[in-house]
Design a protein around this ligand. Sequence first.
Ligand SMILES: [Fe+2]
Ligand SMILES: [Fe+2]
Length: 142
Amino acid sequence: MSVQLTKWSKKIATGNREIDEQHMGLFQTFIDFITASKSGDSGSKIKSTLEFLVQYSQEHLSYEEDYYKRSNYPKLKEHRKMHEEFSQNLRMIKRTYHNEKGKIETKKLNEMLGGWLLDHIAKSDMEAAYWIKENPTKFQPS
Ligand SMILES: [Fe+2]
Ligand SMILES: [Fe+2]
């Protein structure tokens, strides 16, 4: 997959400040990773990207799921499945990284991040954002 979308843009603003800031953080990490890969310095960058992603998948995904739950978003179950799939892929990449002493398939991580940014945030997260905007009365503050 070739990645076209490398910058966060207002087109994918969900309207939830916390979620948007977390998405921006991911985009920045992705841009840094691509830059490092091109300069041949991917070793240390992969490590910090992985560390960020582990934190991201724990904090961002659970924040988002909780927000959707409080909004009574009807596709929460389906959405959670996509998050789980992402976390599983991430764990697999991390395991490979540790088992093979720093070796990692740069292409694989690149594709996974690119796929997540393009397919998940731009489509699934935005679908949820639109639904929440159209159904504001269903939101229950924590
Ligand atoms: Fe998200
Ligand atoms: Fe999501």
